[in-house]
Design a protein around this ligand. Structure first.
Ligand SMILES: [Zn+2]
Length: 155
């Protein structure tokens, strides 16, 4: 997403946990403990992936996006569909997104990523981009305009 910033990636932590699971140092029950809420969120708001569950390998992982922030008020802490995030990013100044992967078969779950979204960045970035594009387009038009005029004048 264009406005995604302050991205924190948890894949290292995830790999460490999985290593311990595969070594038998951590029991699967300890890591496959998705709450009924999280499983429901995966079912109703989850983003399906093509990645197999690293624990049971029976099902593909589902990503659940949780949103947090003062501006969200009573919606803070709710799971949202991925498609809803750009809309929120246009209307809110800033909010946090926590991405959790869940296996709906064995209940494996882990935080994979965290980032900030919102139109605070969108306005800054997009204004720059829009201005740059606008001036480039305008400049090109001016150039072609004047050169064609010059050509006409020479004729
Ligand atoms: Zn699984």
């Amino acid at each position: 997403m264009r406005t995604q910033r302050q991205v924190v990636d948890y894949s290292l932590q995830k790999r460490a946990v999985l290593r311990d699971v595969h070594n038998g140092r951590i029991g699967t029950l300890e890591v496959c403990d998705a709450s009924p809420y999280l499983k429901n969120a995966a079912l109703f708001h989850g983003e399906p992936t093509d990645d197999r569950c690293p624990v049971c390998r029976r099902d593909n992982l589902t990503l659940v996006h949780y949103i947090y922030g003062d501006e969200l008020k009573q919606s803070a802490g709710q799971a949202r569909k991925l498609a809803e995030l750009p809309v929120l990013a246009m209307t809110l100044r800033e909010f946090q997104v926590f991405v959790v992967e869940v296996c709906r078969s064995c209940a494996w779950n882990h935080l994979t990523q965290q980032y900030v979204l919102g139109r605070d960045a969108l306005t800054a970035d997009e204004l720059d981009q829009a201005e740059a594009t606008a001036s480039a387009v305008a400049g090109r038009h001016r150039e072609t305009g004047s050169s064609s005029q010059r050509r006409e004048g020479r004729r």
